[in-house]
Design a protein around this ligand. Structure first.
Ligand code: ASP
Length: 352
């Protein structure tokens, strides 16, 4: 007879967000849901043949409050429990889920088990909630095996009916149930009557390489979104932020920016002070291609580097982690242009 441990086990890490809310029977108000009472709220969970344990953050967090210390807590929880579970489901608010999923993908080096983030647009205790479907399918994906190996050994986001690579996602919708998009990378799976995995696009680390946890994070970065009419004073203020080590510049189209002399001067001066400037596009789809238009040649000349097709969420978290572990800006620049776990469409390499 099979014991519970033979069947495997999944750990649900409940951090907060709308999915953790239910209607309080006394007051009728939305209140955090006790995950130790999960079986009462979602009796379907009992039908899984494997063990499901839960850990709940206290207090539960609206994801707008989530930051690097919470990423460390999530990553440490997974690291500490890694050998005891086949996969992990992280319940998280949708607002910053793409940042947390991106951060964990870089913090958990050599990951070879599924870490599936999910949440919901409507609280789990409401009749029309999307949370139950999301949670149940996320658990199924976290437990899914391809032979003896985990089917999706990546940090992912599962939402509505699609599984995305976490570090390729962006929150795109505050209203509809399909809250996330991944514009530069295809879906890893779609869930309808069957869960269909797109095996050829799933990232696999080398087998038997121990998990390494990276916890050093330096938040001395800025995101500078360009817009027509942007002023010198505004750009100067960003670049004179005390302690600043890197700027993600969200530019137009394929990486273009106005050719004002003052902008070129500011960029050059920042680059000379070893501030890393990464050019990412404001477009959802496509890649930065500096030099394609005259309006980006001056950026190259000013020491700005290309972020290619990376999302802002991934660029922010990857830079914070790289800055936390490295002092030399040249090494960080090199690593920004390598793919650590599929976050950017360039050649694979290790960032650490
Ligand atoms: N504000 C909530 C959060 O991100 C929204 C949600 O969960 O969808 O925590």
């Amino acid at each position: 007879m099979m014991s519970d441990s033979d069947r495997g086990a999944i750990l649900i890490i409940c951090t907060g967000g709308t999915i953790t809310m239910s209607v309080d029977p006394g007051t009728g108000a939305l209140a955090p849901f006790r995950f130790d009472q999960m079986n009462q709220q979602i009796p379907e969970i009992k039908k899984f043949s494997f063990r499901i344990d839960t850990i709940q953050f206290s207090p539960l967090l609206d994801s707008s409050e989530v930051g690097p210390s919470d990423w460390i807590r999530m990553a440490q929880t997974i690291y500490d429990a890694y050998d005891r579970y086949d996969g992990f489901v992280v319940l998280h608010g949708t607002d910053t889920m793409a940042y947390s999923a991106s951060a964990l993908s870089f913090m958990l080096q050599n990951l070879n088990k599924p870490v599936i983030f999910t949440g919901s647009q409507l609280p789990i205790g409401m009749v029309r909630t999307d949370g139950k479907e999301n949670l149940i399918t996320a658990i199924e994906i976290a437990a899914c095996k391809d032979g003896a190996m985990p089917m999706v050994p990546e940090v992912c986001i599962f939402f509505e009916n699609t599984l995305w690579r976490g570090n390729r996602t962006t929150k795109k919708n505050a209203e509809l149930f399909n809250a996330f998009g991944s514009y530069n990378y295809p879906a890893l799976a779609t869930a309808g009557v069957h869960i269909r995995y797109n095996r050829s696009v799933i990232h696999h680390e080398e087998e038997d390489t121990p998990l390494i946890l990276h916890k050093l994070i330096d938040t001395n970065i800025a995101v500078l979104k360009l817009f027509p009419g942007i002023t010198e004073n505004y750009v100067k203020a960003v670049f004179s932020t005390p302690g600043l080590r890197a700027v993600i510049m969200e530019s137009f189209g394929a990486g273009n920016a106005p050719s004002h002399n003052w902008l070129i001067r500011e960029l050059r001066a920042a680059a000379d002070k070893n501030i890393i400037i990464v050019n990412v596009t404001q477009c959802n789809t496509g890649s930065v291609e500096m030099g394609r238009y005259k309006t980006s040649i001056h950026l190259l000349d000013s020491g700005v580097m290309s972020g290619y097709d990376i999302t802002t969420e991934s660029a922010v978290t990857k830079l914070m982690i790289l800055l936390g572990h490295n002092q030399d800006p040249d090494i960080i620049k090199q690593k920004m242009n390598c793919s650590f776990c599929g976050e950017i469409t360039v050649n694979d390499a290790s960032i650490f």
